[in-house]
Ligand binder design. Structure first.
Ligand code: NAD
Length: 327
């Protein structure tokens, strides 16, 4: 019998030497590629006869899947799986395993950091310090006004693994909360001690809105010119979920015109964003390069969890988490 063949389409680690050693110990044939920007034909050529495909950002669509001869499992390196056409996989009878349990703390910490950095105008403060030092006198006009954050309202859209951690972490700050998640079970709401409201109530009444939904047809451009217009002019938007949740053109216009006060953004519709990305150069936005997931701990954990999934596959066990089409 020929050995099981595992193919990695793309990866963000400096190398996959540790994984190669683990696979060799298990007698697995292991091939790695960097096909993030490659045409589908190259992805097909690399994956055609794989038993397991491990994908990071490469689009896995009907065209690619239709050429697979024997694939029995796709593993998405990460939490979101919007680059994988689930319907194409379902039609081919291939489960999509994803890894939702490796970086929730880090993403929640990043969302909290962005909320606090927006509210306390940390990035602007550094500019004020530099300018003031150069002139030899304090000039705080650039950071005025700021408001006490205790007592303000934090809107959370999507209260799953990460959204609920943001809720727990910021509880002690004295925020009031407005939470929108139509899919939370009554039991989970009881556990968290929360009630939910509709999306419009969140946009209209929050001082900060933080997005933690998956990317679906329903959540694409959930932040747009209409929902931004509902927000308070003193409000901030934070997005650490997925870029396409926010219409970046509409956000840039809202930030320029003072429709909202500012934003903290970690994720982009096109990654990395192009030089003409409309949020570049705006003073009231904090941008980070899709690294909310990152810590040395999380980087190690996901590698171990992916090897664990290979072990489960070799033992004939189902993946721990199988993605389901939501919209
Ligand atoms: N920036 C990063 O590095 C990074 C890392 C990991 C995850 N993420 C992203 O964070 C997001 C949240 O991840 P998670 O693990 O908490 O997911 P999760 O599935 O645990 O939680 C998502 C929640 O959103 C809710 N939801 C779905 N549709 C909704 C809607 N229309 N309105 C309101 N709520 C809705 C679901 O009911 C669920 O409770 C995902 O988009 C994921 O891709 C980003």
């Amino acid at each position: 019998m020929s050995p099981v063949k595992v193919v990695v389409t793309d990866y963000i680690e400096p190398d996959l030497d540790w994984e190669a050693g683990e696979m060799a110990r298990r007698g697995v044939e292991f091939h790695t590629h960097q096909l993030k920007f490659a045409p589908p034909a190259e992805v097909v050529a690399a994956t055609r006869d794989a038993d397991v495909v491990i994908v990071n950002m490469v689009p896995i669509n009907t065209e690619v899947v239709s050429h697979w001869k024997q694939c029995r499992l796709v593993i998405r390196h990460g939490v979101g799986y919007d680059n994988v056409d689930l319907k194409a996989l379902e039609a081919a009878g291939i489960p999509l395993c994803y890894i939702p349990d490796y970086c929730q703390q880090e993403v929640a910490e990043q969302a909290v950091a962005l909320i606090l950095a927006c509210g306390r105008k940390i990035v602007t403060s550094r500019r004020v310090l530099d300018d003031s030092s150069a002139r030899g006198s304090w000039d705080f006009t650039g950071v005025v006004p700021m408001f006490q954050m205790a007592g303000q309202t934090l809107g959370i859209i999507g209260c799953g693994r990460i959204g609920s951690l943001v809720y727990k972490k910021l509880h002690s700050f004295g925020f009031k909360f407005l939470i929108c998640d139509p899919y939370l079970t009554a039991e989970r709401k009881r556990e968290l001690g929360i009630e939910v409201v509709d999306q419009e109530t969140v946009f209209r009444n929050s001082d900060f809105v933080t997005i933690h939904t998956p990317l679906t047809a329903e959540t694409r451009h959930i932040v747009n010119s209409r929902t931004l217009a509902m927000m308070k002019p003193t409000a901030y938007l934070v997005n650490t979920a997925r870029g396409p949740m926010v219409d970046a053109q509409a956000l840039a216009e809202a930030l320029r015109k003072g429709v909202i006060a500012g934003a903290g953004i970690d994720v982009y519709e096109v990654e990395p964003p192009r030089p003409d990305f409309p949020l570049f150069g705006l003073p009231n936005v904090i941008l980070t390069p899709h690294l909310a997931w990152y810590s040395e701990n999380a980087g190690r954990t996901i590698r171990e969890l992916i090897v664990l999934e290979i072990d489960r596959f070799l033992a004939g066990k189902p993946p721990r988490y199988v993605a389901k089409a939501t919209a």
